[in-house]
Every structure is written in C-alpha cells, then in structure tokens.
Ligand binder design. Structure first.
Ligand SMILES: NC(=O)C1=CN([C@@H]2O[C@H](COP(=O)(O)OP(=O)(O)OC[C@H]3O[C@@H](n4cnc5c(N)ncnc54)[C@H](OP(=O)(O)O)[C@@H]3O)[C@@H](O)[C@H]2O)C=CC1
Ligand SMILES: CC(C)(CO)C(=O)C(=O)O
Length: 349
C-alpha cells in the first residue's frame, strides 16, 4: 500500500497529478479553493486529453480543517511559488498523531525556480524537490488540459539539499509517479535540475507579451546569458543531463503553447515572475552581476499583474530597450492588443 498523497494546489500540475494518481489506484486527496473547489466537489477533475475527456472523482477538501492527517501521508506542494510560504505556514504545524505534526511528514515541491525548497526546509526536514516538464493547462475551474498521452509528463526527483545514502522513500514516490503516467528519474542534485529548468522558464514571461518570434528569440538569449552569468558568480550548478522528450498533441478546442505564466495572466491570478526572472535579479544583486533584461521583464509584468492587465498588454521591445523617452507611450491599450501593433512607437521598429 503506498502513502496517501495530499496535494495542495489544484491547478495545472496539482489537479492533473491528483487525477493521474487516483486513476492509478493510489490514495490521494486534493486541496482546492474557491470556484475550483466547488467544481471538483460537484463533478471531480475534468481531464481533457488529445483523444478523450475524463471526469475523475478525486477526493477533495478545502484545507487542513477538513482532513485528519496520518503518519503515512506525503504532502505535495503544487501551488505557484508566490503562494508557497503561506501554504507551508498553514500546514506545517497541523497535528498528525500524538507528538507529531505535518512538518514531520515528507514534502514534495513541484515549483519551477529555485526558491521553494529553502522555504520548505525552514519547517519541513524531509524535502524532495521535483522538476517537472509537462504541457498542462488550467484555465477553467474544475478542468485541466493534458496534451500528452500516455506519458503525461517527465519528472526529476531528488532529496533536498542532498540525498541520504539510501532513499527508499524517494524510490517509492518515483514508482508511484511512473504508475500514474509520468516518466522520470531520481537525481542527486535536484537544484542543478531546477536551475536547468529555470533557464527555460525565464522566457515564460515573453509569452505574455506581443512580439515576433525573432524578437522573442533575441530577448530569450539575453535572459539566459544573464542567468548563466549569475549562476557562475553564485556557484550554482546547471545539470548537463539531456532533458527528456515529451510528445504533445492537439486537444480539441484547446489553444496550445501557452505556458504556466501566461495561464496565470489569462486567469487574472498572481504572477510567478518574481521567482523566475526575479530569482536571477536577486542573485545578480547579491553577486553584483548586472541583469537588466530580467529586471525589465520582471518590472513590466509585475506592474501588469498589479494592474490586472491581460496577456498582450506590453511588447517584447519594451524588454529589449531601456529607452522610455521621448517615444515611450506606456502600456498598449486593449484595442492595440487585439489588433496587433497598431500604435507602435519608433523605438519598437
Ligand atoms: N502549468 C504548467 O504546465 C507547469 C507548471 N510548473 C510549475 O508548477 C507549479 C504549479 O504551477 P501550476 O499548476 O501551473 O499553477 P496553477 O496556478 O495552475 O495552480 C496553482 C493552484 O494552487 C492554488 N492555490 C494557491 N494558493 C493556495 C492556497 N493558499 N491554498 C490552496 N490552494 C492554493 C490555486 O488556486 P486558484 O484555483 O484559486 O488559482 C491554483 O488552483 C509552478 O511553480 C509552475 O511554475 C512546472 C511545469 C509546467
Ligand atoms: C516550459 C514548461 C511548459 C515546461 O514544462 C513550464 O515549465 C511552464 O509552463 O512553466
């Protein structure tokens, strides 16, 4: 009998993982909130795949007050990074058994970026970082789109900060994930895998902006160059291991290619950019390495999220140049967004 997985955060990663584990016969409880909770309570998680849609009746709760934790539970954190601290604080000191609290349970952290594992380690002693490659999408309460089948995603899983000599629990988690449809491996240095993934995720924010493919490529190259420089200065290893391959297929009625950051902006949810590009900015400030392009993207999208503005509000050129005068006209309006670059200032050409 495998552990029960208590999956906190019912979005693209968490709701899909809960559905997959449930379908594989693994004990699982999903923690959701708001309209998403209502929809999952009423109908289960709707999983839209390339060739079918399944309604998966996953047990769901609103929080620790609706659940009795046991010593066999494994907590799984699948919120965005910006919500991790609040969730960790809420769950860590919940009672499990006499003299035990949730912070004594193992915790799996699925976040992109480098920040969550240290946030978790402040309270939880057994932290397992997971780096996941998956093309999942959450845009509608109670529903996830999963364009890969039968392999749902690829995971790299490792004890943080480093594995013990023998990690039977990590092996068990990986076995369960494999049975649930995820390809994956155990890794020695999960941070090096998260660093590799972060190099990819630095461009997530570019998908929220208007611009051509070549402008995006140009910006992506600069974002990654800056990141590599700060990683060198900070002594952060990036794994050289080859990334896994995942086949992604069309799902009827679903527009493909929108990454997790775009999904947050499209839903009017908060943005993870402070922990993606913002991680590079933080490391740059600590180690005195300039990171102007990551900083411009972070500032632009931070202000956009604060104002509740949708994808397409700004242009990639705003990230590539620091020239705010005399031609800068501010954020594009909704007309400019839907009709393309209609009011293009000179420095964007
Ligand atoms: N989407 C993807 O394809 C990929 C995502 N990732 C990474 O995985 C992590 C999770 O991302 P993703 O699944 O996309 O995020 P989502 O925004 O889709 O899902 C996060 C979920 O957590 C919920 N949540 C937030 N705070 C709380 C809280 N305090 N209590 C309970 N639930 C809470 C949100 O609630 P609400 O429903 O109200 O918004 C939402 O349902 C991120 O670090 C992301 O970068 C990695 C690879 C791919
Ligand atoms: C780039 C991608 C899709 C890889 O899994 C991802 O991490 C994201 O959407 O944030």
């Amino acid at each position: 009998m495998s552990s029960r997985y208590v999956i906190i955060g019912a979005g693209a990663i968490g709701a899909l993982l809960a559905a997959q584990l449930h379908l594989a016969g693994k004990p699982v409880v999903l923690v959701a909130r708001g309209r998403n909770l209502e929809a999952i309570r009423a109908h289960g998680v709707r999983v839209r795949r390339p060739s079918n849609t399944e309604q998966v009746r996953v047990p769901v709760v609103a929080g620790p007050h609706e659940l009795q934790l046991t010593s066999d539970d494994v907590l799984v954190l699948t919120t965005k990074t910006q919500d991790a601290e609040q969730v960790l604080a809420e769950w860590a000191w919940q009672p499990v058994a006499p003299d035990r609290v949730a912070a004594d349970l193992p915790l799996l952290t699925f976040q992109n970026g480098l920040a969550t594992e240290d946030l978790a380690l402040r309270r939880f002693a057994q932290v397992y970082g997971v780096s996941i490659g998956v093309a999942a999408s959450y845009l509608t309460p109670g529903e996830v789109v999963s364009p890969s089948y039968p392999i749902i995603g690829v995971v790299w899983l490792g004890r943080y900060p480093r594995p013990a000599a023998h990690e039977p629990h990590a092996e068990q988690y990986l076995r369960d994930l494999r049975e649930a449809g995820y390809d994956g491996s155990l890794v020695e240095d999960i941070r090096a895998y998260k660093a590799r993934k972060l190099l990819l995720n630095l461009a997530n924010g570019l998908g929220v902006l208007q611009g051509s493919d070549s402008e995006r490529d140009q910006a992506r190259e600069k974002l990654v160059q800056e990141a590599r420089a700060v990683f060198r200065a900070a002594g952060i290893e990036v794994t050289q291991a080859a990334p896994g391959h995942l086949s992604v297929e069309p799902v009827p009625g679903h527009e493909p290619g929108h990454l997790s950051t775009w999904q947050s902006f499209a839903r009017g949810a908060s943005s993870e950019v402070d922990y993606l590009n913002g991680e590079i900015v933080l490391l740059g400030r600590r180690h005195r390495v300039p990171t102007p392009v990551n900083e411009r993207l972070q500032r632009l999208l931070g202000a956009q999220a604060a104002a509740g503005l949708p994808p397409g509000t700004h242009h990639v050129a705003d990230v590539l140049t620091n020239d705010r005068s005399p031609n800068y006209v501010g954020p594009r309006n909704r007309v400019g967004r839907s009709e393309g670059r209609t009011h293009e200032p000179a420095h964007h050409r």
